[in-house]
Design a protein. Sequence first.
Length: 166
Amino acid sequence: MINKQGLWFVTLFSLILVLGIYYVTVKDGDQLMDMATSNLVENSDEVVETNESSVLVSLRVQDEEEMLKEMENLQTILLDNEASLQEKNDAYNSLQTLNATKGKEESLEKKIKEKFNLESFIKIKNDQITVTIASKEHNTTLANNIIRSIQEEFDKNMYIVVKFQG
């Protein structure tokens, strides 16, 4: 059964997640506005470098939106007075799994950044892992090394796909 402390934790975590996403999008929006106005004032010969590929950013935003929708659905089940105890427990367990998966994705992205010095986006769904690398170079040796590095983190065999987006 879900206790009050667990329900408060889920509610506060969701609120923090929504505020974090809002902060990131507002901050990026302000930076884009500042960049656009500064480019109008300065010469157009300057080259603007970005740290992360727009493909990775769009994948992250899409993933966050899907995660928020799923969390909202699960929270409505948790807060529904007419839902059965089993449905509430399943929703709570799904929320915990969702949070654990998100943490694992972030830790794998950090590992790829540290080990290979590459920006990446990782999506874990059941036993399938999709790795999107922000690189123009399509290197099979690098892809194999990334697959081995990720597989080390799991006890069972995972189906890992590495994509290069440049």
